[in-house]
Design a binder for this molecule. Structure first.
Ligand SMILES: *Cc1c(COP(=O)(O)O)cnc(C)c1O
Length: 370
């Protein structure tokens, strides 16, 4: 019997089932927001951060963040070329234009040394993405944002639990956003969160997030501007509350799984794994392998071989500037690494024999390809 090893799958225990059962049984009427408030509070305490707003998705969260910053047609936002498309697309709903900057060879996150050359009079913000749990170089990026009077947004969808110099990913920018899609470390099925320490931005966000109604006005159904509705349901939030009670366990397990891969694959010279510089803690959302360019790897043959062994992997993200909607931006590092990488399975309930089986299969396949 071949094993089946999915690349991601949520960890659902009795706790999650109990919370969701309570929400569906009792979470109506005057209790219809209880779990949403609880989930937001759990998040504020964990990061820690002053304000948190739960949303239907991280994509919707980013749309509202960019709207709150007042992005308009002609505005530009600096983004890493390599990230999931959802980091970039929402700004275009407002007519703003992504400016794709290359990533670092080690962290696969935006290269701070290439940001300033991309700044123009139209630049409004820098979006830093913490890819696969790896940390973007926030000190350098924040210094550039400050110098040029730009907003800094952290897309921490893949980095819940990661830390940069003792501070949690998502808590350091003007805004941070998270995703609770079913593949993410904490899930609500679908869902997202916006966090900020800035009262002024949060006030503006709250109006936009509630159909344009101002929570400070008591007049029911009075709408004072065009708003959005990207709310999370109480049912989803109940699942999120249970998951947040297990956050340390979930992150520790991700780190343990990465450790298994690292001990099996870390000494192979022709590949590199997610880095963890000593001033960071990586929550390893996706253990990722990048193969050396001189290996001349046939990635499709490799993933097909692994699939035959019951191991599901994912290809590394494309540079967004390759997509037909955008201007070409042939960023050398992004274009050199994107087709050399795969994500390895890391669902929370996987075991060390599972991870060893993945590593051994990968090593066997590499040998055969030589
Ligand atoms: C998952 C993800 C998103 C989008 O999250 P959704 O909740 O699916 O909308 C955005 N950015 C990054 C980096 C992601 O990995």
């Amino acid at each position: 019997m071949t094993r089946k090893i999915p690349y991601a799958k949520p960890s659902i225990t009795e706790l999650e089932i109990r919370y969701v059962t309570d929400a569906i049984t009792n979470g109506w009427g005057e209790h219809c927001y209880d779990y949403i408030y609880k989930f937001q509070d759990a998040f504020k305490e964990y990061l820690p951060v002053k304000h948190a707003l739960a949303t239907a998705s991280c994509t919707g969260a980013l749309h509202m963040v960019f709207a709150t910053l007042g992005l308009r047609p002609g505005d530009e936002v600096i983004v890493p070329d390599i990230t999931w498309s959802a980091s970039v697309v929402p700004m275009t709903y407002l007519g703003a234009k992504p400016i794709f900057v290359d990533v670092c060879r080690n962290s696969w996150c935006i290269d701070p040394s290439k940001i300033e050359a991309a700044i123009t009079p139209n630049t409004k913000a820098i979006l830093a993405v913490h890819l696969y749990g790896n940390l973007a170089e926030l000190d350098q990026i924040a210094a550039i944002a400050k110098k040029h009077n730009l907003f800094l947004i952290e897309d921490a969808a893949e980095a819940l639990g990661s830390e940069y110099k003792g501070k949690k990913a998502g808590a350091m920018g003007d805004f941070g956003v998270f995703s609770f899609h079913g593949t993410k470390t904490v899930t609500t099925g679908e869902g997202g969160m916006i966090v900020t320490n800035r009262d002024d931005l949060f006030d503006r966000l709250q109006i936009l997030a509630d159909h344009g109604r101002n929570p400070k006005r008591k007049k029911m159904f009075w709408v004072e501007q065009i708003g959005y509705k990207y709310k999370m349901s109480n049912l989803q939030a109940a699942l999120g509350c249970a998951q947040m009670l297990r956050i340390e366990e979930l992150v520790n397990k991700k780190r343990e799984i990465f450790g298994w891969y690292k001990s099996a694959l870390g000494k192979i010279e022709s590949l590199s794994l997610n880095p963890e510089p000593d001033y960071t803690k990586n929550s390893y959302w996706m253990p990722t392998v990048i193969f050396d360019e001189n290996l001349r790897l046939d990635r499709e043959a490799l993933t097909a071989y692994l699939a035959e062994k019951g191991i599901s992997t994912r290809p590394f993200f494309y540079p967004n500037s390759m997509f037909p909607m955008y201007e070409k931006a042939p960023n050398p590092v992004s274009y050199a690494i994107y087709d050399k990488g795969i994500n390895l399975p890391s669902y929370v309930d996987m075991t060390k024999p599972d991870a060893d089986y993945v590593s051994e299969s990968l090593i066997t396949c590499l040998r055969q390809m030589r």
